[in-house]
Write a protein of this length. Structure first.
Length: 350
């Protein structure tokens, strides 16, 4: 090989040697509040079919927080984003209030494109844990300020009012001069900007049953097309309102949100199958509602359910994985291990 190299220099021929394998893309999909019973209900109500059946591996995640068996979304999302257990309501910090670096930020340091797509406000607990550090998940204006100064390349969600109708009178949208902001799906699809923000609603987005648009599957498909153009990427996509339906003990609410989330997972899986270097992880931050299936008819796609709680429960939640490094997600483990396993994939370690 060395002699070939010198001959090539003499002849002015440029040789292309094998390069280090391209780091894998990571699509982390979180069904907020989505336990196994929610998946089962959504599957049976959808003709006994869910795209999750196509995933290669299934694991189980223990969701407890640092101080309670029953976690909230902030503590659980921090565990998955940063690999540390923390107190309920805390965003991106450990139990001693030390700021933590997230998998999104680590990927950005490794020259990934990074993005967030949610059906809640973009400052809500789960997305916030990937870019912000705060002792309270409810400090939305500070969380918005942190996003305005962050390096996220693409974000989609509600909550625009926390950026431009603030108590401090600042208009963060004007300060975010490196971003292109779009106002509808067509603009989002057609934009060629390298940094893009799409506020779907001024405040909290409505439920799917109330007509929420654009659909999460459309947002997922377009976001993956944009974020994958020139380099490896990390993106977190959340079906946020499965949790809200479970808090309301509304099976119809849960089913409509799950069906949309299932379509979004299908778009991600299609991308991964075509790409060949994309790891897809689908999980939940916790179970909500203590949902149990009490009856129904599989042939008619009907289900009945009971709830034991209007809040979160301590049940383990499933973790589905597909693509390179997906075998790492087998077994039973703490939710902090999801961060560790994603980091192993980014670093090329099995």
């Amino acid at each position: 090989m060395k002699n070939l190299f010198y001959i090539a220099l003499i002849l002015g021929i440029q040789l292309s040697f094998s390069q280090e394998e391209k780091p894998p893309n990571i699509i982390l999909m979180i069904g907020d509040g989505m336990g196994l019973s929610h998946i089962s209900a959504g599957m049976y109500a959808n003709g006994n079919r869910t795209v999750l059946e196509e995933f290669e591996y299934v694991g189980l995640s223990k969701t407890h927080s640092l101080n309670y068996l029953i976690t909230d979304s902030a503590a659980s999302a921090t565990a998955m984003a940063s690999g540390v257990k923390t107190l309920n309501k805390v965003v991106g910090m450990d139990g001693d209030n030390n700021k933590q670096k997230t998998i999104l930020e680590i990927c950005k340091e490794k020259d990934y494109n990074v993005g967030l797509v949610v059906t809640s406000e973009i400052v809500h607990a789960t997305p916030a844990c990937f870019y912000a550090n705060n002792q309270s998940r409810y400090d939305y204006e500070d969380i918005a300020l942190q996003l305005s100064k962050h390096s996220v390349d693409l974000f989609v969600g509600g909550g625009e009012d926390f950026f431009n109708k603030r108590k401090d009178k600042r208009n963060l949208l004007e300060e975010m001069s490196t971003y292109t902001f779009v106002s509808d799906l067509a603009e989002f699809n057609n934009s060629s900007s390298k940094k893009i923000g799409f506020f779907t609603y001024p405040g909290e987005p409505p439920s799917k049953n109330q007509g929420r648009e654009p659909s999460l599957d459309s947002l997922t498909e377009i976001s993956l097309k944009k974020i994958s153009k020139d380099k490896s990427f990390f993106i977190m996509i959340e079906g946020s309102q499965i949790d809200w339906g479970a808090h309301d003990n509304s099976l119809n609410y849960i089913l409509s949100e799950y069906k949309e989330f299932d379509l979004a997972i299908s778009k991600a899986l299609d991308f991964a199958k075509a790409d060949g270097n994309t790891l897809v992880i689908v999980t939940a931050d916790h179970e909500t509602g203590g949902l149990s299936l009490s009856g129904g008819n599989v042939n008619r796609s009907r289900v009945r359910a009971d709830f034991t709680s209007g809040g979160h429960t301590g049940s383990m939640v499933p973790v589905f994985s597909f693509g390179p490094y997906s075998e790492l997600f087998r077994g039973i483990y703490e939710n902090t291990a999801i961060f560790d396993k994603m980091l192993s994939a980014v670093n090329g370690k099995r």
